[in-house]
Ligand binder design. Structure first.
Ligand code: ZN
Length: 406
């Protein structure tokens, strides 16, 4: 019997002039053969029409509970700083026209059509909403589980030390299913580095989860916050389980400080998540990779009270990261693509990401000559497969996916 997730994909390229045929059985790649290939009798055959195949994109940093994707246009409502954005969001979120489940689901459906197969989303935990957003996103994680691998970070957007009661709420969020504990600017925003790190490292150690903390501050304050993170990671033995999101200070410091930080990040295996764009100093992608520091990409905020930008497309994020980094050669553009794909998969702990035999059949097909060409053009995703099932075609979910997600 022909299984839904077993087929032979032929007439497909992995680069400008390398045509292959890929056999998938029960959602796993079982054969990759060079040249024009034909399916064995029992398998369905799918014509790749000479398209380029790429492994699933991975969005390593999102905020799906904040999004207004699919909602009427909202002109940017906040002031120019972090404090104003946080307060504005708190005031407006109860008056959004759609509940968090619907807004987040609209964005999740969109990212499937762009070829994203896995993502890590930070979810707001604060005193006014408690765990309400977490419960909504946990339910969506379950509803979307055949389409997206979703990791959840319990994110204290309004601080911890400055919000009595938050430590217990964050602990409860992890106990109820968040995969990692988050944090935010322990000195410049939360105004108590020691208390902030005591709480998040305490939760990480008690529950055996990783940490992904927002560090926005550039300059000496950011460096002090990152130094603290490095020190606490070592002390807790959490090497390889901690991410610094943004880490703008790594992009804005002097050479000697950069080298010191890069060596410490590599040694403690603290990774950096970047959204690649914006006006803040970007951590230098190639220099960090050269020094053994893992860096991966995410869209961050998409169409919410924090930013009017974003469409959920990680190929676009790869392009922005490449553009901002001054990447022009194919080789460099493929590094930007790796940030949006393989590097993210590694950080999210996804086994079997890629196009090799044994990998999960999570991939998509575009009309492009090479991977770099795909980054530059961001063409429509002609076919998107998740665990060997066709889930989207030409920018829209398949009818079967629509039915299952209803
Ligand atoms: Zn963020």
């Amino acid at each position: 019997m022909v299984h839904d997730s077993s087929f032979h994909l032929h007439n497909i390229r992995i680069d400008a002039d390398q045509t292959v045929g890929i056999t998938v059985r029960d959602g796993v790649i079982t054969d990759v053969s060079a040249g024009q290939t034909v399916a064995s009798d029992e398998l369905a055959s799918i014509d790749g029409a000479n398209g380029l195949i790429l492994p699933a994109l991975v969005d390593g940093h999102m905020h799906v509970d904040k999004t207004l994707f699919g909602q009427p246009w909202l002109p940017y409502p906040a002031g120019p700083d972090r404090e104003s954005r946080i307060e504005t969001e708190k005031q407006l979120r109860n008056r959004f026209p759609a509940p968090v489940e619907d807004r987040a689901a609209a964005l999740l459906r969109q990212v499937i059509t762009t070829g994203t197969g896995a993502l890590r989303t930070h979810v707001d935990i604060d005193l006014p909403i408690g765990l309400a957003h977490l419960h909504a996103i946990l339910a969506l994680r379950d509803r979307f589980k055949a389409f997206l691998d979703i990791q959840i970070v319990a994110f204290p957007q309004s601080g911890i030390a400055r919000s009595p009661g938050m430590a217990d709420l964050l602990d409860a969020a992890v106990a109820e299913g968040a995969d990692l504990v988050g944090g935010i600017d322990p000195i410049a925003f939360d105004e108590d580095l020691t208390a902030h790190y005591d709480v998040i490292f305490g939760i990480a150690e008690r529950h055996g989860v990783g940490i992904d903390i927002h560090l926005h501050d550039a300059g000496p304050t950011g460096v002090k916050e990152l130094d603290g993170l490095i020190e606490r990671t070592r002390a807790a033995g959490l090497e390889g389980q901690v991410t610094a999101s943004h880490a703008f200070c790594v992009g804005g410091c002097d050479e000697a400080t950069f080298e010191r930080l890069a060596a410490a990040l590599a040694e403690t295996k603290i990774s950096i998540a970047t959204h690649g764009g914006g006006a803040s100093p970007l951590p230098p992608v190639k220099k960090l990779r050269d020094r053994g520091v893992s860096i991966f990409a995410g869209n961050d905020n998409i169409r919410d009270t924090w930013t009017p930008y974003g469409n959920g497309d990680m190929l676009e994020r790869a392009m922005l990261t490449a553009w901002r980094s001054g990447f022009r050669t194919d080789e460099d553009m493929e590094i930007a693509l790796d940030l949006a794909s393989g590097a993210g998969a590694k950080e999210l702990g996804l086994a079997g990401h890629g196009l090799d035999v044994g990998c999960a059949a999570d991939f998509f097909v575009v009309d492009a000559d090479t991977p770099a060409h795909a980054v530059a053009d961001r063409p429509v995703r002609r076919m998107v497969f998740k665990r060997g099932r066709l889930v989207a075609r030409d920018g829209a979910l398949t009818a079967q996916a629509e039915a299952e997600l209803r």
